[in-house]
Each structure stands twice: as structure tokens, then as C-alpha cells.
Design a protein around this ligand. Structure first.
Ligand code: NAP
Length: 255
């Protein structure tokens, strides 16, 4: 196969990606790193962080890994402090962490579950940006990871969907607040076979039904998501801010 040279849109830049030791987050870290970024990856478990750092280093990527459970204040502060200590600034921040702890109807969802969904999927991203913003300068960029479920929250994951809807509004609000120096955008993935999605995609019937809801007759890949996130984070998107890009193979979202 012909070797395709990757663009180097992030040469000399520093990218922080949360929840990035597997799945979409790791895919983004890899893409940004292969395009020249120094990458800071993170997640809750040291073993996962160490393994992901090794994988990225094996690809020749300049990477450090830091434990960061996004709802832990000390972890968030440490993620930013260590990044600035090592690299001096942040050019790209991808906020990718989310949970979906329960599949109950909204009217039956416990308050503790509502709190957890809000805390991890929305609030922690705002708090992380409060810590990171002072280190982001002209030309920097933020990307939130929402979901196709944010447009039409499915009954099986309604509150998760609602938190992802909130990220669409957060993107608009933060884009206004951080303009003109920092652009803030969002990617809404369709369904991608990852550990997170295993709960529903592990069921063959559900998986086929979801494939059938795309126009391209397939689920997404982490590489598909990474490509879209890298585009929005790059100078190729220098006149785009406050937008959400749906990357879902043509699944119904909005006009
Ligand atoms: P994944 O493959 O299961 O990876 C999740 C990553 O998050 C792991 O690295 C995990 O590592 C880390 N993590 C989990 N909880 C965390 C926390 N509280 N703080 C920090 N890190 C945490 O998941 P994914 O499918 O790539 O999902 C990534 C994002 O895409 C999420 O925002 C999800 O909502 C969104 N999304 C996914 C799909 C899909 O179909 N996969 C569709 C739409 C949107 P540790 O266990 O070490 O913490």
C-alpha cells in the first residue's frame, strides 16, 4: 500500500486530551501526536496511563501521561500544573471524559446518578477550562466531545443524552467567552465500537440496527473521530468557533 504522509498541523504545539488512554481519546492523542504535537494524556488508572504512553512513544510521539479523574479537583489542578511545568503552555485542549452509569428512565433516575452525570460529563469540563484558560493564548483551541445522543436523547440513555445536549450550549457560551484568541468547538460522534459502547454494541441486533441508521452502512472508527477533532483543533478551522460537527455516518441529527 502507498504510504500517505501525514500533515504536520500541530508541530511545536502542546495538546492535552482527557480520558485518553483508550478509545476515541487515545485515537485523538495519536492523531495530534503524529501531526507533530507534544501530547499530554490522562485517565483514572495509572496502569492504563502507562500502557497508553508506551503505545504512543512507540509511534515516535512526544508524550507524557498524568493520572486525572476529571471530577477530582486535585487531579485537574495537577494535570494543568504538570503540563505547564513541562511544556509552558496549552495550545489544544480536548475534553473527552464521560460516563453513562444507568439506563433508567429519567423519572426513575436517582439523584446521585443525575449528579454524577452532570459532574463528569459537564461540570468537570468547565472546571478544567477554568484551570487551563490562563495558559491558552492567541490561536489556541478547545474541542468538547458530545454525542449524536445529544440531539435526540435515546430513551435507554436519556440523561446521558441530556448532558451531551448541554455540551452543545457550553460550546456556544465558552466560544463567546474565549473569543477572539481561543476557538471552542465540539464533535458529536455517532456510534463507535469502544469499551464505552460495548454495553449496547455488544448486542448484535442493536449493532445492526444502529448500522442501519447510518447512510454509510457502518459504525464509526476512533480514527474517523480523531480526524474530525484534529480538523477543528487545527488552523484549517481557523474561522470556525462555537460549532458542533456531527460525525455519525449520516445518522439523523439536525438540519
Ligand atoms: P472508552 O473507549 O471506553 O474510553 C474511555 C476513556 O476514559 C478511558 O481512557 C478511561 O480510562 C477514561 N475515563 C473514564 N472515566 C474517566 C474519568 N472520570 N476521568 C478521566 N478519565 C476517565 O470511551 P469512548 O467510547 O472513547 O468515549 C469517549 C467519549 O466519546 C465520551 O465522551 C463519550 O461520551 C463519547 N462518545 C462515544 C461514543 C461511542 O459510540 N463510543 C459515541 C458518542 C460519544 P480509565 O478507566 O483509566 O479512567
Amino acid at each position: 500500500m502507498e504510504k500517505v504522509e501525514m500533515a504536520k498541523r500541530f508541530q511545536g504545539k502542546v495538546a492535552v486530551v482527557t480520558a485518553s488512554t483508550q478509545g476515541i481519546g487515545l485515537g485523538v492523542a495519536e492523531r495530534l501526536g503524529l501531526e507533530g504535537a507534544s501530547v499530554v494524556i490522562s485517565s483514572r488508572k495509572q496502569k492504563n496511563v502507562d500502557e497508553a504512553v508506551e503505545k504512543l512513544k512507540a509511534l515516535g510521539i512526544d508524550v507524557i501521561g498524568i493520572i486525572c479523574h476529571v471530577s477530582n479537583e486535585q487531579h485537574r489542578k495537577n494535570l494543568i500544573d504538570k503540563t505547564v511545568e513541562k511544556y509552558g503552555r496549552i495550545d489544544v485542549f480536548v475534553l473527552n471524559a464521560a460516563v453513562n452509569p444507568s439506563a433508567t428512565d429519567l423519572l426513575k433516575t436517582k439523584e446521585s446518578v443525575l449528579d454524577k452525570l452532570w459532574e463528569i460529563n459537564v461540570k468537570s469540563s468547565i472546571l478544567l477550562m477554568q484551570d487551563a484558560a490562563p495558559h491558552m493564548q492567541k490561536g489556541s483551541s478547545v474541542v468538547f466531545i458530545s454525542s449524536i445522543a445529544g440531539y435526540q436523547p435515546p430513551s435507554a440513555m436519556a440523561m446521558y443524552g441530556v448532558t451531551k445536549t448541554a455540551l452543545l450550549g457550553l460550546t456556544k457560551a465558552l466560544a463567546a467567552e474565549m473569543a477572539p484568541d481561543t476557538r471552542v468547538n465540539c464533535v458529536a460522534p455517532g456510534f463507535v465500537p469502544t469499551h464505552f459502547a460495548q454495553a449496547f454494541l455488544g448486542n448484535d441486533t442493536v449493532r445492526k440496527a444502529l448500522e442501519g441508521k447510518t447512510l454509510l452502512n457502518r459504525l464509526g472508527t476512533t480514527g474517523n473521530m480523531a480526524a474530525a477533532i484534529a480538523f477543528l483543533a487545527s488552523d484549517d478551522a481557523s474561522y470556525i468557533t462555537g460549532e458542533t460537527l456531527v460525525v455519525a455516518g449520516g445518522m439523523a441529527s439536525r438540519l
